[in-house]
Design a protein around this ligand. Structure first.
Ligand code: SOE
Length: 390
């Protein structure tokens, strides 16, 4: 007799993230057959009845809803997955937790620290399983970077450098607000590149290198007014188009981060490099199966950057896929997150990044924006504050 348990998913939102998550649920049981829990695509919700039915048919959801409150009220939903724009994350997550549902929330957790804190309070009060989709942690090369750092191979870490560069908003004709361009509207998104892109870099950085304690940032909004897709009016732009910050980590290392949507030629260039006493590593989303590693302890005549193709069975997650040497893609990070979430239900361990972890990232993002606005250093409230110790 099968001992498998169903996890009945209700997903809210049918955009880009609705698709990546749905693919994760659809694939996971094929590749992680040992897991006790199996996701069931129970219901999908979106306000547009025609669109949501098309999405349900395409992905195999059993039913549709056009009001998220109706989805949350259903007895046949165990876990609510939030794939809506950022301005509805808090309301939905809090209501879902109060209804006793597990909550999986797309990043960033919220628009502000205050919202994120309320969400965490609701989750903790309800005692429900939760996770936030900072998916890049679960690419095998990034997870391998974590293993190398934790094993002490790099030694003391001095520098952490990350970029997330895009170029899709350079034209002043790109509107703000509405489907597809809500990320340009500060009301819907909370911020620009800081919450959308740097939040990824910050999540990875704090996972790999510990807490960011204080920051000094500069932001710029290159196009000051844009047409709003909903109101049809030209309105001031409230988001940061670009952000650069430097920071201290709790372990004494220095961080340098840059993100922009104005780097012509770059569509989604997420890179990081970490320099330690003995070794360095670097990674590039455009070559996501590869981790570069330099170890000063190598014999001098062959010392140099190693290019590790992270596709072998003893490397993270890769025994689940094809055969050594064959790569995987962006979508696998979401499949891995679903697998790890399902595993966490078996073990009772949290599935990081949890709402608590994502609140820490939110604190760094908010400190970055405050620092830029006030042209001064800001403590993040995460970890021990270096500037206060000095
Ligand atoms: C923005 O273009 C975006 O889609 C982000 O919202 C995602 O989080 C990032 O992974 C890719 O870029």
């Amino acid at each position: 007799m099968s001992t498998r348990k169903d996890l009945r998913i209700g997903i809210i939102g049918t955009g880009f993230m609705g698709r990546t998550h749905s693919n994760g649920y659809s694939q996971v049981s094929h590749f992680f057959p040992e897991l006790q829990y199996r996701p069931i695509l129970k219901a999908v919700c979106s306000r547009n009845a025609e669109k949501v039915q098309t999405f349900a048919d395409q992905w195999g959801y059993e039913s549709v809803e056009t009001d998220w409150r109706a989805l949350i009220a259903r007895d046949d939903i165990d876990a609510v997955d939030i794939c809506t724009p950022n301005d509805s994350h808090a309301e939905i997550a809090i209501a879902a937790a109060e209804a006793g549902k597990m909550v999986l929330c797309e990043k960033p957790l919220a628009r502000t620290v205050a919202e994120a804190q309320q969400m965490l309070d609701a989750i903790e009060k309800a005692g429900v399983a939760n996770t936030v989709w900072y998916n890049y942690r679960r690419l095998p090369a990034v997870t391998l970077a974590k293993q190398l750092i934790d094993s002490g191979k790099l030694g003391k870490i001095f520098h952490y450098r990350a970029n997330f560069l895009q170029d899709w908003t350079i034209s002043a004709d790109v509107p703000q607000g509405g489907t597809g361009t809500w990320r340009m509207d500060v009301e819907a998104a909370g911020s620009g590149v800081t919450g959308d892109l740097l939040a990824h870099c910050i999540d990875t950085a704090m996972w790999l290198n510990g807490s960011i304690t204080d920051v000094s940032a500069v932001t710029e909004t290159f196009v000051k007014e844009r047409m709003h897709a909903v109101t049809g009016k030209v309105q001031p732009v409230g988001i940061d188009d670009a952000c650069i910050f430097h920071c201290h980590f709790e372990n004494g290392s220095l961080g340098l981060f840059e993100s922009t949507r104005y780097a012509r030629g770059h569509k989604a260039l997420y890179t990081f490099e970490i320099n330690g006493e003995h070794a360095s590593i670097r990674w590039d989303l455009h070559d996501l199966n590869r981790l570069e590693y330099f170890d000063h302890r190598d014999e001098g005549i062959v010392r140099g950057w190693r290019s590790i193709h992270v596709t072998d069975g003893d490397q993270p997650y890769m025994n689940k896929w094809w055969v050594p040497g064959l790569g995987i893609g962006y979508e696998h990070s979401f499949i891995h997150q679903v697998a790890d979430f399902l595993k966490s239900l078996e073990t009772g361990e949290p599935c990081s990044p949890t709402f608590q972890d994502a609140l820490e990232t939110q604190k760094v993002c908010e400190a970055v924006l405050e620092s830029a606005a006030s042209r001064s250093w800001k403590d993040t409230g995460v970890g021990t504050t270096v500037s206060q110790e000095a």
